[in-house]
Design a protein around this ligand. Structure first.
Ligand SMILES: CC(C)(COP(=O)(O)OP(=O)(O)OC[C@H]1O[C@@H](n2cnc3c(N)ncnc32)[C@H](O)[C@@H]1OP(=O)(O)O)[C@@H](O)C(=O)NCCC(=O)NCCS
Length: 178
């Protein structure tokens, strides 16, 4: 893991353009008995909730407004996270559209006795910035700086297109099931 979070600049507000770094969030959660299934593994729903909170903070750090979750991309639970381990979630805004923002996340499990950290999952959540009446409002532009941020920014439009297409198909199925 890099130490780039130590370099996170202070939060700036009311700016028309903001960096990816300004939206970075790192969240730590200790897996307690109430978070696990009978096998002692962290429940998927609890992890999704922690990811939702972490990415919502990142989105709000970018737009300085209330946000709501509009979509959650595929999340795979390929490696179990055990009772007593620490879940480390890192989130940052990758791309800002008109009222919506894509947030990328990486999730690690940390064993506090050995110090070992393993990457468990990654995902993208999308948030919409809303006013006091819950209506979408425009968000500041984002400035990707590193080559990695620029590449991910350029790929974001394609991911957004796929989400909107899946949403359209789901609505067609819903209509047929009425
Ligand atoms: C989010 C909400 C305000 C959007 O309102 P709306 O009238 O549907 O607005 P729009 O259709 O114009 O969509 C707003 C943005 O969401 C994006 N969007 C819509 N569906 C999406 C999807 N499935 N995935 C990703 N983005 C999506 C649109 O592309 C648009 O982005 P843009 O402004 O950057 O172009 C409304 O759907 C809502 O309140 N949903 C409930 C949110 C909620 O309760 N979340 C869970 C708890 S926080």
């Amino acid at each position: 893991m890099t130490n780039r979070f130590e370099e996170t600049p202070p939060v700036s507000t009311n700016s028309a353009e903001k960096t990816v770094a300004a939206s970075r969030v790192r969240m730590n959660e200790l897996v307690m008995p109430n978070d696990t299934n009978p096998l002692g593994n962290l429940m998927g729903g609890r992890l999704l909730q922690w990811m939702d909170v972490c990415s919502a903070i990142s989105a709000q750090r970018h737009c300085n407004r209330n946000v709501v979750t509009i979509s959650v991309d595929n999340v795979e639970f390929k490696k179990a996270i055990k009772l007593g381990e620490v879940v480390v979630i890192e989130a940052e805004v990758t791309c800002a559209f008109t009222s919506s923002m894509e947030v990328a996340m990486r999730v690690w499990a940390e064993n506090l006795r050995t110090g070992e950290r393993r990457l468990c999952t990654t995902s993208f959540y999308t948030f919409v910035s809303v006013d006091a009446d819950g209506r979408p409002v425009p968000v500041p532009e984002i400035i990707p700086e590193s080559d990695f941020e620029k590449e991910r920014y350029e790929q974001a439009a394609k991911r957004r297109e796929l989400r909107l297409e899946i949403s359209k198909q789901n609505k067609q199925v819903e209509r047929k099931n009425k």
